[in-house]
Design a protein around this ligand. Sequence first.
Ligand SMILES: Cc1cc2nc3c(=O)[nH]c(=O)nc-3n(C[C@H](O)[C@H](O)[C@H](O)COP(=O)(O)O)c2cc1C
Length: 184
Amino acid sequence: MPQSAWTHHGAPLDEVKREVELSAGVNAVFLDFLDAAAPDAQYLVCDATHADASIVACSQAWLNVCGYRPEHVLGRPNCRFLQGPDTDYRSIAEMASSINAGHVCYASIVNYHRDGSKFVNKFVMGPLVDAAGAPRFYVSIHGTPSRELDWSLARSPVPCYRVSDLGSPEGSPASLQRQVRSSA
Ligand SMILES: Cc1cc2nc3c(=O)[nH]c(=O)nc-3n(C[C@H](O)[C@H](O)[C@H](O)COP(=O)(O)O)c2cc1C
């Protein structure tokens, strides 16, 4: 993860890494991405031990897309401030189920920039677990990163949800599909 103040804000990756089990499969996938994140990578890190999973780190590229400044989002509970009237409530419930289950979730849902304009936010989010296997942080990677997540690093199948918003240009109904990402 770039540690430059221009590209990364909030808790440094080293601090995050100290709190999680580095060898856990899903951690390996997300940490590998963050370790080598390009300056244009859009990502967020939330503290899973806070009641509402407040945002503890984010990239400048993600702020650029949403139109916020670091002081607007760091410490802010949850990402629901990005949602609005056209965000399908079922998608929100499905994301909540996925997070509560500790699963990886691919989402494509209607969100709003700070100026109120709408966009379809595509992202993948998942937990970074501690030594006991409990979520310590949640990470999300947004947009179309130049580098894919390398699922081969998980070494074992990872339960994965897919959430799609009724209001997205894809026109698909809000849906929840349960899948398993495997390293194969
Ligand atoms: C790391 C992470 C990133 C998230 N990013 C977004 C996002 O970009 N847009 C969004 O609408 N929800 C996002 N969410 C989901 C919301 O924060 C929240 O979990 C969802 O609205 C369901 O919870 P709620 O019913 O309490 O609102 C994210 C969640 C996590 C853990």
